[in-house]
Design a protein around this ligand. Structure first.
Ligand SMILES: NC(=O)c1ccc[n+]([C@@H]2O[C@H](COP(=O)([O-])OP(=O)(O)OC[C@H]3O[C@@H](n4cnc5c(N)ncnc54)[C@H](O)[C@@H]3O)[C@@H](O)[C@H]2O)c1
Length: 374
C-alpha cells in the first residue's frame, strides 16, 4: 500500500513594508517558496507601492502599515529605513503578525529591547536579516569552532574596508544622519560582519573604540571610519576596523584563531559576492577556497550588490518561514540581532567618552558621538 501523501502546508500570507532597494530581495525570496503568497505591499510613497505590486503581480498596494496588516497576514517583512523599524514591528506585534525585519534591528538599544519585548509578549516570532551567516564559508568556520577544529576562539580580526561615493549618501535624505541613519559605516555596513564576529567569538565583555569621518565629512554627519578593540567574556580579544573612505574597496576579511592554534578566515571580495574561506590554517597546513573570477570592479554598484545578496536572503527567509511552520525560533532572532547593535553602540559610546565601555553598562539611548579630534 502506498502511504498517503501528507497534506500541503497552509499557504502563508506575507506583507512587505517598504518598496525600496532591498524589498526586491524579499520579493524574490518569498516568491521562491512554495505555499507562500505575497498578499500585499505598502510604501508611504503609494505610487512606488503600486508600481511594485504591478511589477511583481501582488494583489494589493497600500500606503500605511495599518492597511497592510488589515490584509489578514501571517507575517510581514520590514524593508523600511532603520528608524521606522520599531514602529512597524510594534504595529505587527499588536496585530499578532510575525515579523522578519531588515538589519539593523533598530538604531537605539532601548528601541531594539522594546521590539523584542513586544514580540515576546504578543507571542509572535521576530527574525532579523543577517543573511551572511548563511554563507557556506561562515557555516564552515562556525562548525570548526563547534567541532574543536579551531576550538574556543582566542583572537579575532574583522576588517570592513569599503568604498562609497558621495552619491550613495545623497541618494536618500535619511542616509548619513545620526537621527535617521543612526550611524555610519558601523550601523549600515559593518553590522553584518560584527554580527559574524560575535557569532564566532561569543559574548562581549568590553569595547574600546574610536570613530572619525575622513572622506565624507562635508555631506554626512555620521562616521565613515571606526576602529575598536573588543574583549569577550571568555577572555578572547578581537580588533575591528571599518571604513567607507576606501577606494578601491578592499572588501571584508574576518579571521578567527582558536585555542588549538588553528586559524580560519573568510573574505567578501568584491563586496556583495559570496564570502569564501581565504585561509584555512589547521594542523600545519594552509589552504584556501578558490578566488572569485578576476575582472570584477571592486567598487561594485549597490544595485548589483543587493541583487547578488538574493540567494542568502532566500535561505534566511526560508529558515524563517520554516520556523513559523514548526513553531520554533528562527536562526537569527531579534534577541540575537541586538548583540551586534550593542557592540557598535558601545564603539560610539567609547569614542564619545574616551573610555572603554563595559558591555553591561551600555546606556539604552546613545548620546551623539563626536569624531575624534586630531
Ligand atoms: N540585509 C542587507 O544586506 C541590506 C541591504 C540593503 C538595505 N538593508 C536594510 O533595508 C532597509 C531599507 O533599505 P533600502 O536600501 O531598501 O531603503 P530605500 O530607501 O531604498 O527603501 C525604503 C522604502 O521604505 C519606504 N518607507 C519609509 N518609511 C516607511 C513607512 N513608515 N512605511 C512604509 N514604507 C516606508 C520608503 O518610501 C522607501 O520606498 C534599511 O534598514 C537597510 O539597512 C539591508
Amino acid at each position: 500500500m502506498t502511504p498517503s501523501a501528507s497534506p500541503a502546508p497552509r499557504t502563508l500570507r506575507v506583507g512587505i513594508a517598504g518598496c525600496g532597494a532591498i524589498s526586491r530581495n524579499h520579493m524574490a525570496a518569498f516568491r521562491a517558496l512554495d505555499n507562500v503568497q505575497i498578499a500585499g505591499v505598502c510604501d508611504v510613497d503609494l505610487d512606488r507601492a503600486q508600481a511594485t505590486a504591478a511589477a511583481w503581480g501582488v494583489p494589493a498596494a497600500v500606503a500605511t502599515v495599518g492597511e497592510l496588516l488589515d490584509l489578514d497576514l501571517d507575517l510581514v517583512s520590514v524593508c523600511t529605513p532603520h528608524p521606522t523599524h520599531e514602529d512597524v514591528v510594534l504595529q505587527a506585534a499588536a496585530a499578532g503578525v510575525h515579523v522578519l525585519c531588515e538589519k539593523p534591528i533598530a538604531i537605539e538599544l532601548a528601541s531594539a529591547e522594546r521590539m523584542v519585548a513586544a514580540c515576546d509578549a504578543a507571542e509572535v516570532r521576530l527574525g532579523v536579516l543577517f543573511q551572511r551567516r548563511f554563507w557556506p564559508a561562515a557555516q564552515r568556520i562556525r562548525a570548526a569552532i563547534d567541532d574543536g577544529t579551531l576550538g574556543r576562539p582566542i583572537m579575532g580580526q574583522c576588517s570592513v574596508m569599503l568604498h562609497r561615493d558621495p552619491e550613495y549618501y545623497s541618494r536618500d535624505a535619511w542616509r548619513g544622519t545620526w537621527a535617521n541613519d543612526g550611524g555610519g559605516v558601523l550601523m549600515t555596513q559593518a553590522i553584518h560582519y560584527i554580527d559574524l564576529l560575535q557569532w564566532f567569538m561569543g559574548d562581549v565583555a568590553e569595547v574600546y573604540g574610536r570613530i572619525n569621518t575622513y572622506k565624507h565629512g562635508h555631506h554626512i554627519e555620521v562616521e565613515d571610519s571606526a576602529a575598536a578593540v573588543i574583549t569577550f567574556t571568555s577572555g578572547a580579544m578581537a580588533t575591528l576596523e571599518a571604513s567607507t573612505a576606501v577606494s578601491p574597496s578592499l572588501g571584508v576579511q574576518l579571521r578567527v584563531t582558536g585555542e588549538t592554534g588553528a586559524s580560519a578566515s573568510l573574505t567578501e571580495f568584491p563586496e556583495g559576492s559570496d564570502g569564501r574561506v581565504d585561509l584555512w590554517a589547521v594542523a600545519e597546513t594552509i589552504s584556501a577556497e578558490p578566488a572569485h573570477p578576476e575582472g570584477v570592479h571592486p567598487n561594485v554598484d549597490l544595485a548589483t550588490i543587493n541583487g547578488q545578496l538574493i540567494p542568502h536572503h532566500t535561505t534566511q527567509v526560508r529558515d524563517f518561514v520554516q520556523a513559523l511552520r514548526d513553531g520554533t525560533d528562527p536562526a537569527i532572532t531579534g534577541h540575537d540581532a541586538t548583540k551586534a547593535l550593542r557592540i557598535l553602540l558601545a564603539v560610539y559610546e567609547s569614542s564619545r567618552s574616551g573610555q572603554p565601555v563595559r558591555f553591561a553598562d551600555l546606556p539604552s539611548t546613545k548620546q551623539t558621538p563626536a569624531p575624534v579630534a586630531g
